[in-house]
Structures are given as C-alpha cells and as structure tokens.
Design a binder for this molecule. Structure first.
Ligand SMILES: NC(=O)c1ccc[n+]([C@@H]2O[C@H](COP(=O)([O-])OP(=O)(O)OC[C@H]3O[C@@H](n4cnc5c(N)ncnc54)[C@H](OP(=O)(O)O)[C@@H]3O)[C@@H](O)[C@H]2O)c1
Length: 287
C-alpha cells in the first residue's frame, strides 16, 4: 500500500498552545504553514513556514489559505464572532480541501448556554454549512490550566480554584495535538466530531496532590469564592467572559465535566496521558 501524498496543511494559532504541538506531528510528511497575527520570533522550525495573517483582515486569510489541502482553525475570542465568519468565508473562497476545527466538549452539553459555548456552537454550525468537508475536535479543559498555579506554587505552595472538589476529565494539550494531526493528515475523518478527555476526572484538590508528589513539596489548594474567581478572571478576560467561566465552573460542580471518552486511545493506539504524566513532563515550569 502506498502512503498518502504529502499535503499542504495550514495551521492557525501559531503562537497559541495547540497548533505548534500539532505541527510537530506533521512536518516529517507534510508541508506545514503556521499562521498567527504576531510575527514568529522564535528559532526557525524545520519543515515549517511561518506566515502572518489577521482574522480582521479578510484578504490576508484568503492569501494564506489558498492551496491548503487541510486547515486547522483556532480562534479564541467569543466577543469577536466576525473573526470566525472571516476565517470560514476565506476558507471557502480559497477552496480549502478539509477544515479541522478546534471546538470544545461543552457544545454537546444541552445545559451549557454560556457565551463561550454558544460561540463554539455557532462556529461549528458555520463550518458545517460551509460546504467544506469538516472534522470537529471537542476537547474538555486543557490540563495546562494548572500552569496558572505556577507563581503561587513557587511563592507560597498554594494552588486555588473555584469549586475545588468538583471534577473535570481534563485532557493533555499534547493529546489534543496528536489527534488533530492525525485528522489533518488523513481524509478518513470527514464529517465527524471527536470528543477528547483525559483518562480520569480530577478535582483541583486531586490535581494539587498529584503536583505535590511530582514536585516533591507540600501544596495546599485554597477554595476561591465566586467573587474572588470573577476578579481573577477579569484580570485576563472581559467581564462577559468571566461570567461565562463562572457558569462553566457551576456546570462542573453539577458533574457535567466528569465523563471520560476513549477517543485518544482509539485514534492514537496508546492510552490518554494522565495528569501525573503531564505534570512530570512539565515539572520545570512549576519549579
Ligand atoms: N483552554 C481550554 O481548556 C479549552 C478547552 C476546550 C476548547 N478550547 C478552545 O481552544 C481554543 C484555544 O486554543 P489555544 O489555547 O491553542 O489558543 P490560544 O493559546 O488562545 O491562541 C490563540 C491563537 O489565535 C491567534 N489569534 C488571535 N487573534 C488573532 C487574529 N486576529 N488574527 C490571527 N490570529 C489570531 C493568536 O495569535 P496572536 O498571538 O498573533 O494573537 C494565537 O496564536 C479556543 O477556541 C478554545 O475555546 C480551550
């Protein structure tokens, strides 16, 4: 059997968490173009071309998407749905062959009506109506949220969370990336959605205990009140986004995020990464 021909694969979100990890899985077989609004300032990556484009500048998207056999779409601002409209319209104009969308597991939760989930639902609908063969990647929360604890761990050995006993089947960004790369490099996954979780649901208390073992030092998890959590969220996000994150935490408290799937294992052929494995792999970022 001959291997499938190399494809031209364009990844948006070059400066984000997931797309650079996806690129690593693709460069040995495919031509990879990584895009972001900010020019790439790091060392050149073998097999990767960096191109800037801006979701606000429609023509810049058409130019970079043209000739793409597959496109990985990462957008990150629910208050700017015009970004998502521009990306899909440009993909249609550029005759992109396959669109893989980084969405979210919450879209499947009929009780979820916060800003972020409704935005991702609308994004999925737009992609499905575009006429381009699509695949949805629907991850649960990224394990890398724990990196937000690093300054507190370093300074005082304290982690923090709203509803710290509630569990989330969070997933390693590296697993999301490996699955996404498989979907982008293969035409066999058109018109399918893949919900990705880690192997077990964990609470913030349980994650803190794992980190404590991995780092070899005692850690204490402090419960945040909703008001404290909202204040923290608004340091990074708009008040509307902060409200959405509080609502999302409420659904976690009600048990909506504890279910696991076997998707990572089914597609990659190896078990999903545990939080302990992820934490050990990122130990120096906490130390
Ligand atoms: N975090 C979670 O737990 C979680 C769970 C489920 C789903 N998700 C979904 O995952 C996605 C976020 O993925 P991520 O963490 O890899 O992304 P990220 O780290 O937030 O990065 C976003 C990327 O989008 C680019 N971008 C933003 N505005 C742009 C613009 N106007 N033009 C061009 N590029 C622009 C950024 O480039 P610049 O640096 O140039 O701005 C950056 O590379 C979101 O859709 C989110 O809903 C997240």
């Amino acid at each position: 059997m001959t291997a499938p021909a190399p494809r031209r694969i364009v990844l948006t979100g070059a400066t984000g968490q997931i797309a650079p990890l996806v690129a690593r899985h693709l460069t040995s077989r495919h031509r990879v173009v990584l895009t972001s609004r900010t020019p790439w300032r790091g060392a050149p990556r073998p097999g990767v071309t960096h191109v800037t484009c801006d979701y606000d500048v429609y023509e810049s998207l058409v130019d970079v998407f043209r000739g793409a056999d597959a496109l990985f779409v990462v957008t990150n601002d629910p208050t700017r749905p015009e970004h998502d409209r521009n990306v899909v319209r440009a993909a249609v104009e550029a005759s992109v062959g396959h669109l893989v969308k980084l969405s979210a597991a919450a879209v499947l939760d009929s009780a979820a009506h916060d800003l972020i989930t409704e935005w991702q639902r609308a994004n999925e609908e737009r992609v499905k109506e575009s006429g381009i063969p699509w695949t949805m990647v629907q991850p649960r929360s990224f394990m890398s949220h724990a990196l937000g604890w690093a300054p507190g761990i370093r300074s005082s050995g304290i982690t923090h969370a709203l509803h710290p006993h509630s569990r989330n089947a969070c997933v390693a960004p590296e697993d999301i990336a490996e699955v996404s790369a498989l979907l982008l490099g293969d035409t066999g996954h058109h018109f399918r959605s893949y919900q990705l979780t880690g192997p077990q649901p964990l609470s913030a208390h349980e994650q803190s205990a794992v980190l404590s073992r991995v780092l070899g030092r005692p850690l204490r998890c402090r419960e945040l009140t909703p008001e404290e959590a909202h204040t923290r969220y608004t340091r990074r996000y708009s008040p509307a986004m902060a409200d959405a994150l509080i609502a999302s935490a409420g659904r976690q408290l009600a048990g909506a995020k504890a279910q696991t799937t076997d998707t990572v294992e089914r597609l990659t052929g190896r078990p999903a990464t545990t939080f302990a494995q992820w934490a050990a792999g990122h130990r120096d970022r906490f130390a």
